[in-house]
Design a protein around this ligand. Sequence first.
Ligand SMILES: Cc1ncc(C[n+]2csc(CCOP(=O)(O)OP(=O)(O)O)c2C)c(N)n1
Ligand SMILES: [Mg+2]
Length: 560
Amino acid sequence: MKKDLKIRHGGKILADALVAQGVKMAFGVPGESYLALLDGLLDVRDKLAFVTCRQEGGASYMAEAYGKLTGEPGVLLVTRGPGATNGAIGMHTGFQDSTPMVMFIGQVGNEMVEREAFQEIDYRRMYGQMAKWVAQIDRVERIPEYVSHAFHTATAGRPGPVVLALPEDMLFSEAAVADVERHHVVRAAPSASDLLKLKTLLEKAQKPFVILGGGGWDREACLKMQKWVEAAGLSVGTSFRCQDLFDNRSPNYAGDVGIGINPKLAQRVKDADVLLVIGARLGEMTTSAYTLLEVPQPRQTLVHVHAGAEELGRVYRPALAINSGYPQFADALQNLRLKNPVWEKETAEARSQYLEWVEPRPIPGKLQYGEVIRWLSKNLPEDAIIAGGAGNFAGWLHRHFSYKGFRTQLGPTNGSMGYGYPAGVAAKLAAPGRTVIAICGDGDFLMNGQELATAVQYGANFVALVVNNGLYGTIRMHQEREYPGRVFGTDLRNPDFAAYARAFGAHGELVEQTEAFAPAFERASKSGKPAVIELRIDPDAISPATTLSAIREKARQSKR
Ligand SMILES: Cc1ncc(C[n+]2csc(CCOP(=O)(O)OP(=O)(O)O)c2C)c(N)n1
Ligand SMILES: [Mg+2]
C-alpha cells in the first residue's frame, strides 16, 4: 500500500474516477447493488450531477442523448438484472448511433456469482452485441484502470457504448489507489496519399455527391466541412437522422438520404459517378434498404471515410477507403482546393428539388401538422435542439424542419420508440440555455412519459409535442399496405395528454387546429414548467406524402 494515498471504498474510488474522466452529469435509477457508488457520488455532487430517473429505459436514452449532444460519454448507472434489462434500449441506440456511453451495472458479489443468485446476469454475454467492450471489475484497486480503459474505448475511432459490471463485494471493499487522468480521444487522420487519391477521383468526376453522417463529429468539423463543400460547389446530403451535420439553409444542401427520401434525391445518389461518404455507415435506412448502391461492389466510385476501420468494406467495397476521424478529415480537406463549374449546375438543380420537396402539402383534418413544423422551423432560435422519437409523426419533422447547425437534432437512427421525451430532458439539463423541443408520437410518448416526473423534479422546462393519431400509425400503414382492411393490434385509446402532464405538475395544452398552435406554444414556453402540447391529427393523415385510405385502396387494387 502506498503511504501517500488515502484509503477509499470502491464507490468513492469510482465516483472520483468519473470526475477525473471529466463526467459532469450521470443518469440512472438507484439500486441496492451499488449503494457504495451512490455514497461516493454524494461526496462529488458539486462536480457531478446525478439525475435520478423513473425507468432505466428513460435513463439510458438520456445518457445516449447526453453523449450525442455533448460528444462526452453519456454515463448511465443501473442496478443488476432488472435495471440492466430495462436499460438496454439506450445502449442499443447508442451502439447503432455511434454514441460514446459508459454504463455501470451493479453485480452480485463474487462470493455467489454463477449460482443464478438474485438478479444475476452475465453482462458479457447479455451486452456482447450492444457494446464495444463489456467487462467486470473484480478487484477494487483496478477501478481507475478499468474506468480509464472504458472512456478511451467509448470515444476512440467509431464511438459507442461500454459496459462495466460492479460486483457488490468489490465496490464495498477498500484500497489506496491513485486516480487516472482524463482519457484521450483517439482518432486516425487521413494520409497524404489518401488525399491525393481523393483529389484524382474528384477531378475526374462529373456528377459527384457527398453524404455526411454518423457519430463522432463536432461543431468545428461541420463548419469546416461546409466551407469546403461550398467552395468546391459540391452537392451534399445527410444520412438518416443526421440532418444537423450541414446547415440545411446552404445552397449546397440537397436533403436527407434517409427513410421516405425524396425520389429525385434517391436517383441522384444512384446516378452519382463519385460518392464521397463521410461518417455514414451506409446502413439500411441511408441506402433505402441497400438499393441506392449495389452490394458489395457499388457502381458509383465510392470513397468511404469512416472513423471505425472495421466499417470500411463491411457492406460496400469502396474504391477508396479512408480511416479517419471527421475533425481530422475536415482539417485535411482545407488543403484540397477543387472547383468545377459542371458540379455547380447539378448542385443548383438538387437544391431546387429539395426546396420543392420540403414545402408542406395539405393533409386531411383541421390541424396541418406540416405547417406546425414549418412554423417551428421559422420561429425557434437557430440553436434550438429538436429531439424526436420514432414513428410516422417523425416523417414531417425530417421533411419540413430546416436544421441550422450541429447538434440541433437528437434522434435514434435505430428507430427506437420512446426516445424523444427523455432525450429532451437530457438536452435541457445539459444545455439549459438552449431552447429544447421534443416531438413525440402518441405511442412513442407513452413509452417514456413517466420521465415527465424527472423533468419536473429537475426543472427541465421544455415543450414536448405529442402527435396524437390514436394509432401505432407506422404499423397501421404497413398493415394496410400488406393486408388491406385487416386491421389488428394497432389502435390506441389514449389518455387526456394535457391532464396527464398537469398531474405531474407540468403545463398541458390541447391543439386541434393549425391556428391554435402558435398561441398554445407561446403559453407553453412561458409557463415556467415542462409543458406538453397534444396535437390531435386526423388518423387518415398517415404521412407527409399520402393517406391511410389511399394506401389501403392502392393495396386492394394491386391484390385484385
Ligand atoms: C421500442 C419500439 N417498439 C416497437 C417499435 C415498432 N414501431 C415502429 S413505429 C411504431 C408505431 C409508432 O406509433 P406512434 O408513436 O403513435 O407514431 P405514429 O406512427 O402513429 O405517428 C411501432 C410500434 C419500435 N420501433 N420501437
Ligand atoms: Mg400514433
